[in-house]
Write a protein that binds this ligand. Structure first.
Ligand code: TYD
Ligand code: MG
Length: 413
């Protein structure tokens, strides 16, 4: 067996040669602009022609709405919207509700991939939107639409057409309850760009996050608000997240979190009450439960607060999720504020990671956060000592936090 392979590899001849990188001719990327600034920015400055973009998200989050608004904004070429979920009449009605302008949009209600690919190859649109990949089936495969084999095969075929004919494709994919993009997860490696559209059902905010991008950075996020007439871009997210802020109430603190490269100021709320019976409860919305448990342990061990006999509820206002340690110090301050029933001065922003020893650790990209706090008219910013040494500001008072005790004393004594 080994021997036969050996003879084959020495005797085998092909007339294929490699090519020097200098001889390869390239074209500059052509990009389509959707006029939705937040979307174009997230994909790296418009949709690259011939690229395949996957947009995942929970059902009902607004993926179809976003696709229709993108289709409407594109003026450079024809857009083909392949719908496997809604009728073309439903789509037209929705489009009329979203806009007065219908753009150069063509619709196709079809789920058979043979027919879809034949139409694409005959009509040669600039952009194809497939809503959703889980409804499409390849007739040669026996498995049902939405199965992994179908999703994978359909994507492979659509990607092949996209590359051959230089057509951009937007694939919509539904996410399952547990948060993984079922089906679409298995095709992430085949596509050029993976976007995730997320938000809480009960809030109007939606975040478009880039998880993979062959044509740009993955740092950008787009923020939208779902309104009566579709998705609206949110240019000043902090202002909106802080609109309903509770004032002069204990347990509230403002933190500066970085979403992609964008600083967002959000209110964190803590409610701490004595446990009446049984185990103390810890409940979080928009924050990591384990991180909260860690912060409570630090408070108890380092500062002697008896949080072990208290229930603790943490809520990040506005339905946003924070997964950055930069919010630690703000959360601890909100907890102590609730526990002692002393409000934190409302013109302050608090930033810092808290370590197990109660030390306050430096935070990256502090300048952007400070600028955002300045822009929104905050007067004081509490930040890790090492960060504080680097910045000077005329508009905002910088308060350096040396350790946890020092900052708790400053705020509540
Ligand atoms: P949709 O785009 O159909 O979600 P998906 O394709 O991700 O399943 O959006 C569904 C929700 O958005 C629906 O519950 C109603 C809401 N919506 C608005 O609030 N305003 C609008 O203008 C539109 C079109 C939808
Ligand atoms: Mg939809």
């Amino acid at each position: 067996m080994v021997q036969s392979r050996k003879t084959k590899s020495t005797s085998f001849k092909s007339n294929i040669s490699s090519i020097s990188i200098h001889e390869i001719e390239t074209q500059k990327d052509i990009r389509f602009h959707s006029k939705i600034g937040e979307f174009d920015r997230v994909v790296g400055g418009g949709i690259v022609s011939g690229s395949v973009i996957l947009i995942g998200g929970d059902p009902g989050i607004g993926k179809s709405t976003l696709m229709l608004q993108i289709a409407e904004g594109i003026e450079q070429g024809k857009v083909l919207y392949v719908t496997g979920e809604e009728s073309i009449q439903q789509i037209k009605l929705r489009m009329e509700r979203l806009s007065t302008k219908l753009g150069n949009l063509h619709l196709l209600a079809e789920t058979n991939l043979d027919i879809i690919s034949e139409v694409i190859e005959r009509e040669l649109p600039s952009i194809v939107i497939v809503d959703s990949i889980q409804t499409i089936y390849y007739p040669l495969l026996e498995s049902a639409p939405g199965s992994i084999a179908q999703v994978r095969e359909s994507t492979a075929l659509i990607t092949k057409i996209a590359k051959e004919k230089n057509i951009s494709v937007l694939l919509v994919g539904h996410v399952t309850k547990d948060g993984s993009i079922a089906g679409p997860r298995v095709i992430e490696h085949m596509v050029d760009t993976v976007l995730q559209f997320e938000g809480e059902k009960h809030y109007a905010f939606r975040i478009l996050r880039c998880l993979k991008n062959r044509f740009g950075s993955t740092n950008e996020i787009g923020i939208f608000e779902m309104r009566e007439n579709g998705l609206q871009e949110v240019e000043n997210p902090s202002e909106i997240f802080l609109t309903n802020r509770s004032r002069n109430i204990s347990g509230s603190a403002v933190v500066a979190s970085l979403e992609g490269t964008r600083p967002i100021l959000v209110e964190v709320q803590a409610l701490v009450t004595p446990t009446n019976y049984g185990m103390p409860q810890r409940t979080v919305t928009g924050f990591d439960l384990r991180r909260l448990q860690m912060l409570l342990a630090v408070l108890e061990k380092r500062l002697g607060y008896k949080v072990g006999t208290h229930d603790c509820f943490i809520n990040i206002a506005g339905g946003i999720k924070i997964d950055e340690p930069a919010a630690d110090l703000g959360i601890i301050c909100a907890i102590v504020s609730s526990l002692t029933d002393k409000p934190i001065s409302q013109d302050s922003v608090i930033i810092g990671e808290v370590g197990l020893g109660g030390e306050i650790r430096t935070i990256p990209q502090m300048e952007r956060r400070i600028q955002e706090a300045e822009k929104l008219g905050f007067k004081k910013i509490i930040l890790p000592e090492k960060n504080g040494k680097v910045f000077k500001s005329k508009k905002i008072q910088i308060i350096e936090a040396r350790n946890l005790k020092n900052i708790i004393d400053f705020l509540f004594k």
